[in-house]
Design a protein around this ligand. Structure first.
Ligand SMILES: NC(=O)c1ccc[n+]([C@@H]2O[C@H](COP(=O)([O-])OP(=O)(O)OC[C@H]3O[C@@H](n4cnc5c(N)ncnc54)[C@H](OP(=O)(O)O)[C@@H]3O)[C@@H](O)[C@H]2O)c1
Length: 153
């Protein structure tokens, strides 16, 4: 997320950072993913390989290759049956915050004034920082970023 919490713009992510994608892959590989229908639609090649893809949608007719569909976030978590990685977007993050135990954030040192999707506020009375990386710069986009992990107090 950007300094102002932005995570989405026009159905896409505002940043494409190679090391962020790498970290996302290593944190999620082999684990069930839960995502909102709009985040699924934003994936460039459909379902992510090597992981169960559980898509939350209120539409009865939604289906796509390689995905399981859940009618609510709670149902999706029940289907996953253990540790689950919630991967967005804004609507789903908001609903998942009260249930989450860990946050793996990539902070990008930029503002995105035309963003339409934001990450919820991270309340320091609820969340404690467990790890912070140094800042690095993505060679392709020039974005300055760092990784910050939290766990519930
Ligand atoms: N930077 C990041 O970390 C990151 C990560 C993921 C996504 N994004 C970005 O975030 C944006 C998408 O986020 P978003 O907030 O617009 O959408 P979203 O959270 O991905 O998906 C919203 C959809 O999920 C379904 N949904 C939500 N709550 C539900 C519930 N309680 N029960 C059943 N279905 C439910 C609905 O689908 P139906 O309309 O089908 O009913 C709703 O339209 C995109 O721009 C994407 O690129 C950024």
């Amino acid at each position: 997320m950007a300094r102002d919490g932005a995570i989405g713009r026009g159905g896409d992510q505002p940043f494409h950072i190679r090391e962020d994608f790498r970290r996302f892959k290593s944190l999620t590989m082999g684990k069930p993913l839960v995502m909102g229908r709009r985040t699924f639609e934003a994936l460039p090649s459909g379902a992510l390989p090597g992981r169960r893809n559980i898509v939350v949608s209120r539409r009865d007719d939604f289906c796509a290759p390689g995905v399981e569909v859940a009618a609510s976030l709670e149902k999706a978590i029940e289907m996953a049956g253990g540790e689950v990685m919630v991967i967005g977007g804004g609507e789903i993050y908001r609903q998942a915050m009260p249930l989450a135990t860990h946050l793996y954030i990539t902070e990008v040192d930029a503002d995105v004034p035309d963003a339409d999707t934001h990450f919820p506020a991270i309340d320091s009375e609820i969340w404690q920082t467990t790890d912070i990386s140094d800042y690095a710069t993505d060679p392709r986009s020039g974005a300055r970023y760092r990784f910050v992990d939290y766990s519930r107090r």
